[in-house]
Design a protein around this ligand. Sequence first.
Ligand SMILES: *Cc1c(COP(=O)(O)O)cnc(C)c1O
Length: 416
Amino acid sequence: MSQDTSSNAQASSVGVSSSVPSPSVMGTYGRLNVVFDHGEGSWLTTTTGERYLDFGSGIAVNALGHAHPKLVAALTEQAAKLWHTSNLYRIEGQERLAERLCAASFADAVFFCNSGAEACEGAIKAARRYQYVLGKPERNRIITFEGSFHGRTLATIAASGNPKHLEGFGPEMPGFDRIAAGGFTADNLSAVEAAITEETAAIMIEPIMGEGGIRVVPNDFLRGLRELCDTHGLLLIIDEVQTGIGRTGKFFAHEWAGIEPDIVSVAKGIGGGFPLGAVLATNEAAKGMVPGTHGSTFGGNPLAVAVGSAVVDTVLEPGFLEEVQRKALRLKQELARLKDEFPDVILEIRGSGLLLGLRLKPAVGDAIAACMDEKLLCVIAGDNVMRLIPPLNVTDEDLAVAINRLTKSLARLSSG
Ligand SMILES: *Cc1c(COP(=O)(O)O)cnc(C)c1O
């Protein structure tokens, strides 16, 4: 009751940030008690004027940092013209972005949605529909991997199989065969082969398990999956929601393995902070996705695709991805130096491109808090890993500031 009273008492000051989070927002997140007011580049400023260096990028979303002039212009120009028409009509921006994505990748066609989970759901639906139109409706099961993360919808929590995400949300959606975490070895690949049955439609994997602890899937393993899919008539779905759109220094992370998937899910970085997701597919894999089979009211609306196009155009500018690779190498070298300096804090450096993780000895929550104290934002991942995911266009100057702040943060956790 006392809580009710206090929220009533605050009704007259709605919108004013207080020192405690509002109980009116459903408590599904464990949030840090900081409120940001505005951002620029790799920097965020709180409502009380404190500046933080953002090496979390809103969980790999702000691919080009905050308030990028091109993205602001794309959004405001579109906002003044047209916000939404629905997919009952052609949307020029969608066609343009789809063509750009196809020209830059394995894909022939794109379905637009609004989030990563939706993109993964769309990918799963496309794979099932593909087998269905081939006359094999019994082929509807998807092989996935323990420790993966594909989103929080009922299908994607079943795909990932994280017990914490499934608990209390039963019945668990059937149709997924999860491979036990096995370190992506040859043995693990044999386990995948053994799991393939006459009911298998596809294999779905993240090229780097992001939420699961920045575990990089070796190129050989991805190539092995491609071969298994070819041999058994399965589709290979690569979940690039976190790794796509330049995050690893290639447009897509699977390019490092030299493979061509059948379906790819993207979200996070593609909208640069505007909600946008997409399913990319070959014409063959998209065969079943004919009018009426799938849809999204908001999917690829004019505002989202205007920003998405500006992001993709920027990432595909000559030299941009090379710069990501250069800065990634520099950051990784600095992290290796920190690991030598603080062997009692950093156990392992993981990741690729500007998706890097530090597996820590102390609790990762303590490390995130120490970084917060130094005004550096990082993101937690599974396996006691701290994620460093700066904007792709982070400056060398900001990289140096981050290393400096990280050094101070880790020194607090070190006993040496
Ligand atoms: C974040 C993420 C998702 C889910 O994206 P949402 O936009 O939160 O639904 C799916 N797959 C991967 C690999 C992700 O990193």
